[in-house]
Design a protein around this ligand. Sequence first.
Ligand code: NAP
Length: 218
Amino acid sequence: MKNKQVTLFGASGLIGGILMKQLIEDPSISKIIVVSRRPIEYEHKKIIFFQMSFSDEKELEKSVANSIVVFSTIGTTKAKVNGDENAYRKIDFDINLSIAESCLKMKVDQFQLVSSGGADRLSKNFYLKLKGEIEVAVFDLKLPSAIVFRPSLLLGKRNEFRFGEKIAQILMSLFSFLFPDNYKPIKATSVVKSMLKISKTKQLGNHVIYNKEMVKDL
Ligand SMILES: NC(=O)c1ccc[n+]([C@@H]2O[C@H](COP(=O)([O-])OP(=O)(O)OC[C@H]3O[C@@H](n4cnc5c(N)ncnc54)[C@H](OP(=O)(O)O)[C@@H]3O)[C@@H](O)[C@H]2O)c1
């Protein structure tokens, strides 16, 4: 890497939290700009914390300036927005697109976005359609390098309890052998491993990383 600064959005979440710790451990990274809407209870000399509302374009640009890779694992759930699809879209689509636009403006080498397995802008399912739409919008920006990760159901320890997700994790893990690799549940740590591996490559242009490629990163 020519420079050693990266920016991370989503550090308070499952994938983002693991990614932050892995970036700290990575000797090739010297500075991690962690951007969040609320304080992160984690301190380390490599971390510079930016708290913001995400609606301020200039603040966003400042947070990605001088970073070679920007990671976004930002997303919400239907339960968290009380089923409000507009509120859902404001997070999964609007925030992620604003981050990607800031990357374009500030000439960031690579932008990585965690989307979802099955993402498809033509899907009849609200969530998969939304994920498909943000992928297309990001790819349309024609960033130097845009990498979209499409994990299936995530496995990992959360700070919060999600009933539906827990049931799905138990059932899908039990019957995982029945699913094709693209639909098998995946450890959040495997997604992170894949993200870090790709962050060290010069993959120019738009790329989708499918679940079946990440499940190999155990
Ligand atoms: N759960 C799954 O099985 C699964 C499967 C495939 C794909 N995905 C997708 O993968 C991505 C990462 O998943 P995850 O489970 O790691 O996510 P997560 O644990 O739910 O974390 C989401 C992150 O987004 C941030 N966020 C949410 N609403 C925000 C807002 N209004 N403003 C600013 N930040 C906001 C959260 O910050 P706060 O802590 O401040 O809320 C948190 O850091 C998500 O896009 C998710 O949709 C999830």
